[in-house]
Design a protein around this ligand. Structure first.
Ligand SMILES: Nc1ncnc2c1ncn2[C@@H]1O[C@H](COP(=O)(O)OP(=O)(O)OP(=O)(O)O)[C@@H](O)[C@H]1O
Ligand SMILES: Nc1ncnc2c1ncn2[C@@H]1O[C@H](COP(=O)(O)OP(=O)(O)OP(=O)(O)O)[C@@H](O)[C@H]1O
Lengths: 229, 229
């Protein structure tokens, strides 16, 4: 039976502790701030107020039985390093996951052997910046170092043509894995309601309609070419 | 020429302002804390220290010429509402994007007409919690209300069989859009180095190898069935 420890109950830590508990996991939530502990005490199995840089206290609350620890204690890099080092080296916790505030923080966490590093603000800032710069791109999701999944508005030169005719794969070496399209709702005429539907693995005979959003997968540089049409 | 205003230079705001500037965009970065302003002054076109709830000051620094404003001023919901309302209603800024700390914050931002709401911590907490609960699932990306893209370790019953034989689409009604696989690097025998490659749109003849990670697209409930094999 895995016990999950969440150290640091900022927006990220609080959400992780709550979501894991909602799914029936046993969570030990820890924070130095008693207000944060108070707010979560009814939502998790165990909630403890303490300073997590105190090695003795960590041992006393049963940290050694924890299988996975998530550390998100804010901008104080020194604290997060101290806590992660102790969890990994002394308490030998199998899976230590840390939230990093920036690249420099992430590098040091890597050096001390943290198993997984998460950058929520930086990653979503990157996604937002990419979509602001290219207004036809609705989303970019990184699949690997070289490949992305991109959601992009269908260019006007595609309207009314079938996927077969456009032959995206041949021209751009990317694949359309889905199309998001607004279709009118079958309601009475006063309600001009549209509903978004997603067509997964569209057939080659599928005709592109103005307003379609194409979801494509391929090498990053190939996907960028479509944006230039 | 679009001017982007970034109000609030926490981890998220700072990253957005810096990334947009790196791509050549004109950015007006604003924060009440002069240290934050000092740290960014050489990276953006304009950096101003001010309290953004001060309507008069916002006008004086040219906020009316801004096309897109990104507001991320932290946990004080009242401040973020005040700032967003003024940007949207009084200054008539076309595109106002706000970072929300939680669902309650997001609902109020929606009511006042903010164009886009971002939840970096909640969204990545959700992705982490989902992958912790199901250890064979490496990632879950939401494509729409009903569909996900899921990265999942290939179950042992697939090893050595071709995609055609497994017939994922028929059995589970999901599509494999890519396979991530570790292949040995062609180096001298002392270096047992592996390199991750991504096979996009694998052919039906592709044989699954132990360790393969399948990237699939489909309805959320159908994808969850694969995890149960
Ligand atoms: N040594 C420590 N021991 C226990 N809790 C700590 C310690 N240091 C900081 N904390 C707690 O960690 C939490 C960090 O939250 P904060 O909002 O500052 O940062 P964050 O988690 O990186 O940001 P976000 O809110 O975006 O998730 C605070 O609730 C704070 O009380
Ligand atoms: N009224 C205001 N006017 C200008 N700046 C403000 C105002 N209120 C808060 N700020 C600034 O907004 C920033 C908010 O950063 P903080 O780290 O608290 O939250 P956040 O941006 O939600 O979190 P994250 O660091 O996760 O992005 C601070 O730098 C603060 O000085």
């Amino acid at each position: 039976e895995h016990v999950y420890a969440v150290i640091g109950l900022g927006n990220f830590g609080n959400a992780v502790a709550t979501l894991l508990s909602e799914k029936g996991m046993e969570v030990l939530a820890i924070d130095a701030d008693e207000n944060k502990v108070e707010n979560i005490v009814n939502k998790v199995a165990h909630a403890v107020q303490m300073n997590a840089t105190n090695e003795q206290s960590l041992k006393e609350i049963g940290m050694e039985d924890v299988h996975t620890a998530i550390v998100s204690v804010g901008d104080d890099i020194a604290s997060s390093l101290l806590i992660c080092t102790y969890l990994k080296d002394t308490l030998k916790i199998k899976n230590v996951i840390a939230k990093a505030t920036d690249q420099k923080h992430a590098r040091v966490l890597e050096k001390i052997g943290v198993d997984k590093i998460i950058f929520p603000e930086y990653e979503s800032a990157r996604r937002l910046a990419d979509t602001l710069i290219s207004p036809n791109i609705f989303d970019i999701i990184e699949l690997s170092d070289k490949h992305n999944i991109m959601e992009i508005k269908a260019p006007s030169s595609f309207f009314g043509r079938t996927l077969e005719e456009i032959d995206i794969r041949k021209r751009f070496d990317v694949n359309i894995i889905a199309i998001k399209r607004n279709v009118p709702n079958a309601k009475d005429d006063f309600e001009n309601d549209f509903e978004e539907t997603t067509i997964i693995s569209p057939s080659p005979k599928e005709q592109i309609v103005e307003g379609d959003v194409l979801i494509m997968i391929g090498l990053k540089e190939h996907l960028e070419n479509i944006e230039k049409i």
